[in-house]
Write a protein that binds this ligand. Structure first.
Ligand code: NDP
Length: 243
């Protein structure tokens, strides 16, 4: 792998599993220092240790529930203290919910909105000053569900339509000051996604029936290395036969 992210300092949320985890591996392989953040600190510590052993980079495990603005603020300042700044932020942590709307509990609704919406807001607000300093890159993991109606999971789809609206608006706001903003919309990907409300995607789909998270991670890395004045504003990663 070409070390095309050598020396970049990255934060990835939701890095303990799935797309976030593969993105951390991909960034490390390309030479970036990575802060891996989520709620499960034990998993993150193991991941950070593996990344440091496999690549000549620095890795930092950061316990950060993105729904808690205090934890986000504390986490971001610990990363900036350790790395001396931030060049890449991947807003990836996200969860789903589905089923007939009459059966969606208020608790489920609030938890999806607090991770997928509040979380992306808190992480963006907290990291933006550092990205402005470095003229860095801010990446959002949206979804093809953020572009099309999804009758099977309206709350999740709506949260990803929010992500798209937010990301593309922030692109205009921060772009003037040199921050590159990219929205990446993966199609169905074989991860633990879905396990909170149905069988996980890994259980539902065999290899080859849905995207491999590594494919999504490579796309995120491709977007992360773009240099001024070019920005890839939006990318869809899908299986050839589906949206
Ligand atoms: P996973 O379930 O494998 O990973 C979700 C990650 O989010 C975990 O690392 C989890 O870590 C973290 N997370 C959940 N809640 C919180 C929280 N409150 N604070 C911090 N981290 C949290 O799913 P994916 O990798 O598939 O999902 C990643 C992103 O990709 C999501 O935004 C999802 O919507 C999006 N996506 C997924 C698709 C798919 O088909 N899989 C398709 C399109 C988009 P922990 O439990 O340690 O906190």
């Amino acid at each position: 792998v070409e070390k095309d992210l050598r020396g970049r300092r990255a934060l990835i949320t939701g890095a303990s599993s799935g797309i976030g985890r593969k993105t951390a591996e991909e960034f490390a392989a390309r030479g970036a220092d990575v802060a891996v953040a989520s709620r499960r600190e034990d998993v993150l510590k193991e991941l950070a240790e593996t990344l440091e052993n496999e690549a000549d980079i620095e890795a930092l495990a950061v316990e950060m529930d993105v729904t808690d603005e205090t934890q986000v603020a504390r986490g971001v300042s610990s990363i900036v203290d350790a790395f001396g700044g931030l060049d890449i932020v991947v807003n990836n942590a996200g969860i789903g919910c589905g089923g007939p709307i009459t059966q969606v509990s208020t608790e489920e609704y609030r938890s999806v909105m607090s991770v997928n919406v509040d979380g992306m807001f808190f992480v963006t607000r907290e990291t933006m000053p550092h990205l402005l300093d470095s003229e860095g890159a801010l990446l959002f993991v949206g979804s093809t569900s953020g572009r099309y109606p999804r009758p099977d999971y309206p709350i999740y789809a709506a949260s990803k339509w929010w992500t798209r609206g937010f990301a593309l608006s922030i692109a205009g706001q921060a772009g003037e000051d040199g921050v590159a903003v990219t929205l990446i919309n993966p199609g169905t990907t074989r991860t633990d996604f879905g396990s909170s409300f149905r069988a996980s995607n890994t259980e539902k789909y065999d290899a080859g029936e849905a995207l491999d998270p590594k494919d999504v991670a490579e796309t995120i890395a491709f977007a992360a290395k773009q240099e001024a004045p070019t920005t890839i504003s939006e990318l869809a990663v899908t299986m050839r036969d589906s949206l």
